[in-house]
Design a protein around this ligand. Structure first.
Ligand SMILES: [Zn+2]
Length: 443
């Protein structure tokens, strides 16, 4: 049994949002009790004590859209790469990288992403993977790292026609094999979706094959209208808009997750809402690729279940929140925009979305919830109470303030020290794989 205490505590439980001096008791994989520190310390004198040292105890973060495959790109300059637009960025950078990824690189990417996630207090990751250099078994290779690092992950492979029929089929079979494997896993720590890159790289023939190989109970994870080119492609080839095409192929539904949704109209929003489909917003990625600003505030106001991801841009969910906060204010010329919507997406909606794939209640500190708890090194100069915790996180915290990360009752990091793997050894291997990947790309 663990007792995390001696700090302020944000529960995300409506019954009592905030404790000035709180504690959470963990028994096995679940939370046994939350309450006042003094009382719980007396009640559970034998529990292993994790000292929050006056910091903030809160539920761990959930990242609803990540790209493990991009982890070794930091600092890489690809010879001749000079993008003129979004499609050049995809083909010249990301597809160039993933075409060189072998299983050993993919595993290194997974270690980097998941260790960084732990250091940013993220314990649940929905990933969208591509490694066209070696497709088969790539999700299983990532799963090994997921298990080694102790995080919770929902994996899928980005099916695409872009590298020919054989590789497309390999992606389809990888999704099918992994999703079936994940459905049989009863750890509640691994899940699988059916991944699709985007409609503009998926023909009708490929759509049909994907559907044929999708196991029951599994939804789709796909980029939607990330660039205007995706919409133009769909109108040109199929005389319909993107969400209409996905609806016609029965891709929408409560288990499906649409990334971005920048160029969608009110009719498409209605289809998304009527089918109870999920949407994930990735503000930094959209800005960095000069793709445009999605109508995220409208999606939230319409009651569409919309969450927050990072798209591989960062592993820090507070960073994604900070950028979403200013992006929508700036875009809408409305200084009141996004105050409530983005924290609702990050905390309430991400948890609801993740719980469409995982059983234990996530994103909340209360009895019976998953024991995913973090401690942030944050002691503010101003009062913190149940009505202003979001302002403190938004303006006072960043991911690397996380000092202790617990997932599923296991201590993954304590006082900034990674406990699940030998970090130095793992990073030495990651650096070797990165050098090997860069060499294979640039020669
Ligand atoms: Zn993405």
């Amino acid at each position: 049994m663990l007792l995390v205490g001696n700090g302020k505590m944000i529960t995300r439980d409506d019954a009592k949002m905030f404790y000035k001096d709180g504690a959470v008791v963990i028994d096995g994989k679940k939370i046994k009790e939350v309450g006042e520190f003094d009382a719980l310390k007396k009640k559970y004198p034998d529990a292993e004590f994790i000292d929050a040292k006056g910091g903030v105890i809160m539920p761990a973060f959930i990242n609803m859209h990540e790209h493990i495959y991009s982890a070794l790109a930091r600092g890489l300059a690809i010879k001749g790469y000079n993008p003129k637009g979004f499609l050049d960025i995809l083909d010249g950078q990301w597809w160039t990288i993933d075409r060189h990824l072998k299983l050993s690189h993919t595993k290194a990417c997974a270690y980097e992403t998941l260790i960084s996630s732990i250091k940013n207090g993220v314990t649940t990751v929905f990933d969208h993977h591509a490694s066209y250099g070696e497709i088969r078994d790539s999700l299983f290779a990532i799963e090994e790292v997921v298990k080694d690092t102790g995080v919770r992950a929902c994996l899928c492979y980005e099916v695409s026609d872009r590298d020919g029929e054989e590789k497309c089929m390999d992606g389809i079979l990888e999704n099918e094999a992994f999703a079936k494997h994940a459905l049989e896993d009863d750890s509640d720590m691994i899940a699988g979706m059916f991944g699709m890159h985007a409609q503009f790289t998926i023909s009708d023939e490929t759509m049909a094959k994907c559907l044929e190989h999708t196991p029951d109970g599994v939804g789709y994870h796909i980029h939607v209208a990330e660039g205007i080119e995706d919409l133009h492609d769909c109108l040109h080839k199929y005389s319909k808009r993107i969400v209409d095409r996905l609806y016609d192929w029965k891709i929408l539904g409560e288990k499906s997750l649409l990334g971005h949704c920048i160029y969608i109209n009110p009719h498409e929003m209605e289809l998304i809402k009527d089918t109870n489909t999920m949407v994930v917003h990735n503000p930094e990625s959209n800005m960095g690729n000069a793709c445009g600003c999605p109508p995220t505030m409208e999606l939230v106001h319409r009651g569409i279940l919309t969450g927050l991801g990072t798209d591989g841009y960062t592993h820090d969910m507070t960073e994604s929140w900070k950028v979403a906060n200013v992006l929508h204010k700036h875009h809408l010329c409305d200084a009141n925009a996004a105050w409530g919507e983005v924290p609702q997406m990050l905390f309430t909606n991400n948890a609801k979305m993740a719980n469409r794939y995982f059983d234990a209640p996530l994103g909340v500190l209360k009895e019976g919830a998953a024991a995913d708890v973090i401690v942030m090194n944050y002691n503010p100069p101003t009062e913190m109470n149940d009505s202003n915790v979001n302002g403190h996180i938004l303006f006072g915290m960043q991911g690397h303030d996380c000092v202790t990360t617990i997932a599923n009752g296991q201590i993954l990091m304590k006082d900034r020290e990674i406990k699940v793997v030998d970090e130095e050894k793992v990073y030495a291997e990651v650096r070797e794989q990165a050098a090997d990947l860069w060499k294979s790309i640039n020669g």
